[in-house]
Design a protein around this ligand. Structure first.
Ligand code: FAD
Length: 409
C-alpha cells in the first residue's frame, strides 16, 4: 500500500518561499501548497529598479499560476491570517475575500519583512515605501512625471542601507541618461541616514567608497541625521532642519508584520520575527518552520541569520534537504548561514562589494555582473539554466534597442 503524502503549506512566495516550493514540488513526495497574495513574483532586491523605471517585467517577473503548474505545487492566491496549532489548520483570506481553512502536516512561514518607520510621526501617511512590487510601482508613478517635467525636483530617501543606496544610485543614473533627451528635468536627490555612515551594517571602507561614488553622482548624502517627523512635502530632522521634497521614500530598518505576534502563542522578538531553533522549527511547535526575513534564527557564533536574500535562498535549500531527511527518519540538522559577502548595485553597470569576511572590497563593472549572478542563481532554481540563458540573451538584445528607463506611465 502506498504511503499517504504529507501536506506541506508554504506561506509567502518570495526569495525563500518560492525556491522552497519549487524544490518540494519537483520532488513529488509531498502535497505542496503555496499561499501568496500577489499574482506575480518579483525578486525583492530589484524593487528599486521598478521604482526607477528600469525593471523589465516582461522578462523578470514570474507568474505564480504558471510556475505552480510547471513545478507540481498548488498555488492559493491569498493571505494567511491565523493558525490553530492543535488542529493543524490555518486560515487564509483569498484574493476574492473568502476565508478558507487548510489542513497542514508541516507549515513553513516565509512572509518576509517590511520597512520599520519606528513609529515616527507622519511617516505612514506622508512617505512612500518599497516593500512590495505594488509599492515600488507607486513610487515610479510619482517619479515618472517628474522626469518629464521641466525644472528641479526634490527626491528624499530615508535610510542608507542597501535599499536606499541602490535606489538613489539608480535614480541618479536614470536622471543622467535622460538629460540626453533634453527634457529640462533635474532631480535633486538626498539620502538621509541616522548612523554616521552609509551602509552602517557593512565594513567602513565599503561605506566610504559608496558614499564618495554617490556624491560624485551629485547625490546629497546626510549622515548623523535622524528624521523626527514627516509632513506633506517635507521631512523634519531631530535638529529641526526642514528637508523639502516632492517625493519622500522611507527605506530605513525592517520589522515583520504585526499579525505574526498573534499566531497561537508562537514566540516573537522585538521586531516581530518568529523565534526559531537552529533547525528552523519554531521554538514552540516542531511542525511549524520559519525561513527568510521573518525568522530569528540563532547561529553558532551567538548572532542571528541576517535578513538578506542570500540567507533566504540558503535556508530554502537547507529546509528542502531536511524534509528529505525527515522522510528517511533522520534527525534535522541545524541551519548555518554561509556569508558569501555583501554586494550593492550602484546603477546598472557598477557595484561595490565586501567579500572574504569583509576583508576585501571590490568595485566596478565585473562586480555588477557578480551581483546579477545572485539573481540569476535564484532564477536558475525556479526555471533551470536553459531558460535563464535565453532570458539573459533576450535581455542583452532588448538593452541594445531600448533606452535605460522604460518611460512607461
Ligand atoms: C529594495 C530592496 C533591496 C534589497 N537589496 C538587497 C540586496 O542587495 N542584497 C540582499 O541580500 N538583500 C536585499 N534585500 C533584502 C532581501 O530582499 C530580503 O532579505 C529577501 O527578499 C527575504 O526573503 P523572504 O523570502 O524572507 O521575504 P520576501 O522576499 O519579502 O517574500 C515574502 C513573501 O511573502 C508574501 N506575504 C506577505 N504576507 C503574507 C501573508 N499574510 N500570507 C501569504 N504571503 C504573504 C509577500 O507577498 C512576499 O511574496 C533588499 C530588499 C529590498 C526591499
Amino acid at each position: 500500500m502506498s504511503k499517504q503524502k504529507k501536506k506541506t503549506i508554504v506561506i509567502g512566495g518570495g526569495a525563500a518561499g518560492l525556491e522552497l516550493v519549487t524544490r518540494l514540488g519537483r520532488d513529488k513526495h509531498d502535497e505542496v501548497v503555496l499561499v501568496e497574495p500577489s499574482s506575480h513574483h518579483f525578486w525583492k532586491p530589484r524593487l528599486h529598479e521598478i521604482a526607477a523605471g528600469t525593471f523589465d517585467e516582461e522578462l523578470d517577473a514570474v507568474s505564480y499560476l504558471k510556475h505552480a503548474l510547471c513545478n507540481k505545487y498548488r498555488y492559493l492566491q491569498g493571505r494567511m491570517t491565523g493558525v490553530d496549532r492543535a488542529a493543524k489548520t490555518l486560515e487564509v483570506k483569498t484574493a476574492e475575500g473568502r476565508l478558507v481553512t487548510e489542513h497542514y502536516d508541516r507549515l513553513v512561514i516565509a512572509v518576509g519583512a517590511v520597512s520599520n518607520d519606528f513609529k515616527t510621526p507622519g511617516v505612514a501617511s506622508h512617505c512612500m515605501f518599497l516593500d512590495s512590487a505594488e509599492q515600488a510601482h507607486n513610487v515610479w508613478q510619482r517619479i515618472n512625471p517628474l522626469l518629464r517635467a521641466q525644472g528641479e525636483h526634490r527626491i528624499s530617501i530615508v535610510g542608507a542601507g542597501a535599499t536606499g543606496v541602490e535606489l538613489v544610485a539608480e535614480l541618479a543614473k536614470v536622471s543622467q541618461k535622460l538629460s540626453r533627451y533634453n527634457t529640462g528635468s533635474e532631480l535633486q536627490i538626498t539620502l538621509i541616514e541616522a548612523a554616521d555612515r552609509v551602509l552602517p551594517m557593512s565594513p567602513e571602507c565599503m561605506s566610504e567608497k559608496v558614499q564618495s561614488m554617490l556624491e560624485k553622482q551629485g547625490i546629497r548624502v546626510l549622515t548623523n541625521t535622524r528624521i523626527q517627523q514627516a509632513k506633506s512635502g517635507a521631512l523634519i530632522t531631530a535638529k529641526g532642519e526642514v528637508i523639502e521634497s516632492d517625493v519622500q521614500v522611507w527605506a530605513a530598518g525592517i520589522k515583520c508584520a504585526d499579525w505574526l505576534t498573534q499566531l497561537d502563542g508562537l514566540e516573537t522578538n522585538r521586531i516581530h520575527q518568529l523565534k526559531v531553533l537552529p533547525t528552523l522549527q519554531s521554538t514552540l511547535d516542531e511542525n511549524i518552520f520559519v525561513i527568510g526575513d521573518s525568522a530569528e534564527c540563532p547561529q553558532p557564533d551567538g548572532g542571528f541569520v541576517p535578513p538578506r536574500a542570500q540567507a533566504a535562498n540558503q535556508a530554502a535549500t537547507h529546509l528542502a534537504k531536511q524534509f528529505k531527511r525527515q522522510r528517511k527518519g533522520k534527525d534535522l540538522q541545524p541551519f548555518v548561514f554561509n556569508d558569501g559577502g555583501m554586494l550593492v548595485a550602484l546603477g546598472h553597470d557598477y557595484a561595490v562589494g565586501a567579500v572574504m569576511n569583509d576583508r576585501v572590497v571590490l568595485r566596478g563593472r565585473q562586480v555588477r555582473k557578480l551581483y546579477d549572478t545572485i539573481f540569476r542563481l535564484h532564477q536558475q532554481v525556479l526555471f533551470g539554466w536553459g531558460r535563464v540563458t535565453r532570458l539573459m540573451v533576450l535581455k542583452r538584445i532588448k538593452c541594445l534597442m531600448n533606452p535605460y528607463y522604460n518611460g512607461r506611465a
